[in-house]
Design a protein around this ligand. Structure first.
Ligand SMILES: C[S@@+](CC[C@H](N)C(=O)[O-])C[C@H]1O[C@@H](n2cnc3c(N)ncnc32)[C@H](O)[C@@H]1O
Length: 261
């Protein structure tokens, strides 16, 4: 097999850069696609709502919006502690949002959050080295709808369903994405277990992301590029079987595995 050369990597980077620039121009020409608030207004009223990864530079905004739209109970969750801005807004609104601190990948943290009708998670999936585990944890607390977003990379015509693993790329090939999304993509990878979530691990094409979410859930709708939002793809997906039935099936599988059946 031919080894990928630096020239090849640079050519790929140039093609990626051109694609990204074209997409940016197209978006600017299209005007404002739906923003997060429209999606929150559609799904939050009357439902319990959890915002997973709520804090950095958002200060719980999504949960506050869900509460204002009539969500029946809101939990905000993050690995970071609550910020002064979050506390001030909580106070100003007389909010009853519950904040839970923990790690999305931890079963224990998810038990502390507990089941919610709607689980929202934006700006997180490309920050996890293990998106399938993160998805499993999100599904474990979703009673009805999971609304999950990501930044995306352009589709590769020859490889539908492809995703880029950023730590494996030379910096020249990461550069076009750094220009689009920020300097974090230029930095070396931080191996500290909790701070490592600041790394950019995955660049999903839309088809890859939708396929991953569709593994265990029915896709209800997708929003391309929620305007002014952190992510450019938002997927609304529904549970196929109830949380209770899911738990029964899991218990049953564990019992049979323990019995060697
Ligand atoms: C880029 S911000 C997104 C904030 C907000 N959701 C938004 O869409 O604007 C990512 C947030 O997810 C949190 N986060 C990342 N990985 C996490 C993990 N494994 N467990 C809990 N929180 C995590 C970070 O601390 C940060 O607050």
């Amino acid at each position: 097999m031919r080894k990928p050369s630096l020239i090849h990597a640079a050519a790929t980077a140039r093609r990626g850069q051109a694609l990204i620039a074209r997409r940016r121009r197209r978006r600017a020409a299209e005007g404002s696609p739906p923003d997060y608030d429209e999606v929150i207004a559609k799904y939050a009223p009357g439902r319990s709502f959890a915002d997973i990864g709520c804090m950095w530079s958002a200060n719980g905004r999504i949960g506050f919006e869900a509460e204002a739209r009539g969500a029946s109970g809101v939990t905000a969750f993050d690995a970071m502690d609550r910020t002064a801005e979050f506390d001030a807004e909580h106070e100003r609104r007389g909010s009853s949002i519950r904040f839970v601190r923990g790690d999305l990948h931890s079963d224990e943290s998810m038990r502390a959050v507990g089941p919610h009708d709607v689980v929202w998670c934006t700006g997180v999936m490309y920050h996890t080295p293990n998106p399938l585990l993160a998805l499993e944890r999100l599904v474990s607390i979703t009673s009805e709808l999971l609304i999950v977003g990501t930044k995306t990379v352009p589709e590769a015509a020859a490889a539908p369903g492809a995703a880029i693993f950023f730590p494996g790329l030379p910096s020249a090939a990461r550069e076009p994405y750094a220009q689009l999304w920020g300097s974090a993509l230029r930095r070396d990878f931080d191996a500290d277990p909790i701070r490592s979530y600041a790394n950019w691990w995955w660049g999903f094409t839309p088809s890859a992301f939708i396929q991953v979410i569709g593994l265990g859930l029915d896709i209800v709708e997708t929003y391309e590029c929620p305007h002014g939002a952190r992510d450019d793809l938002l997927v609304v997906a529904r549970r196929r079987i109830s949380l209770e039935r899911d738990a029964e099936l899991l218990d049953d599988a564990r019992r049979r595995a323990a019995a060697g059946v």
